[in-house]
Design a protein around this ligand. Sequence first.
Ligand SMILES: [Zn+2]
Length: 473
Amino acid sequence: MKKLYFLFALVLFSYNLCFAQQAKYVFYFIGDGMGVNQVQGTELFQGELNGKIAIEPLCFTQFPVSTVATTFSATNGVTDSAAAGTALATGNKTKNGAIGVLKDLETPVNSVAVWAKNSGRRVGIATSVSVDHATPAAFYAHEASRSSYYNIGTDLYTAGFDFYAGSDFMEPKNKKDSNAKNLYKMADEYGYSIARGYKDYTSKSAKADKMILFQTEEASSKDRSAIPYAIDRTEKDMTLEEITRSAIDFLSKDLSKGFFLMVEGGKIDWACHSNDGATAFREVQDFDKAIKQAYEFYKQHPDETLIVVTADHETGGIVLGTGQYKLNLKAIENQKTSESGFTKILNSMRKEYKNNVPWKAVQDALEENFGFWDEIELSEEQEARLRSVYEKTLKGQKAKMEKSEYAQDEALAAEAKRIINEIALIGWVSGDHSAGYVPVFAIGAGSENFSGRLDNTQIPKLIAKSAGYMIEE
Ligand SMILES: [Zn+2]
């Protein structure tokens, strides 16, 4: 009997050794464009707001495991989001622009989301930009080009995951083939309910077998490519936090299966393409709020939950400190709108004044939205720059936009943003991506696997290892 008891204890012990720490619930958060300085800049900004020269930490930076990862693609020292997404999703480097295929642009490769599904887990893919954008697409689509939005949309259905969320589809109708099915209409055929906004989600979720959550049609009619920036948000707008809460709620319908959820903070990248520091830091704070939803879940299931937070690449070459051995990040607290948001304000002023906007009205708008002349003193040179752009663009001239990757902005909005970044002593090197390390943070079951300097291709494999998914090469 004693012997039997010992044997039983031994079996139990080895069972625990093998399976106890397996991650039944996996959260994979990807901050697009969120390099190490985007994270640390946000924390130093928060510190300054509390009157100290020190960081005020975000939630995810306090996770017990942290390291950095390299991001170069198969073809470029500096990756784009498609190749980086493919690396983070499938564990394979590919050509910039390619989604879920190798660099021959033909061989499809499956993502950790597919491995999770094949292991019986429920799966969700969510983002603050369109659901067919590069990062989310890398988890379910196989396309040679990231801009094949319609095809990516059809791949979403064939992948058949339980939950998808984003602002909308970019190309619900096939532009090249008018006979092709409309992506909204395909929802029925594949057993999906489409909810529009958080409220609509809560009323539809109980009866839905599979779910696609988009923002309201009204919001999409203004901008279907993304939900609004956190800094520009109004009460009506859907948030990444609500998206994440809905995803957790939906995937929790049958907890016995476990789940895998990827959430992208997609607009950190967009703000950094625009070199808009305030907007970028507010997006990182907003991403942290979404992560807090997962952290709450983790606290309920600490032994079976893994949260991994990383980024696909750095954007903008942001530098904290442009000389003088100091920072003045608190200045950007006075910025109340993104560069694009201020463009909209200037646009409505153009209409009001028929393209002949008085300088006083422009000054008032700059004071209200950037704190200039009020909270923030401008040098003569800075004021002269604003005045000169004003004379050239808003005094009887039609709008002439400054173009960046995801935005076209009024020259005056761009100049005001440049000046407030200068005052904050934030520098930017480019309007594109850079090859700097990205941070990796992890907590929970299997998080100890994420140690040592990583390459982005290792991350999905380590998730699979932590969660016990079969990796399909
Ligand atoms: Zn980008």
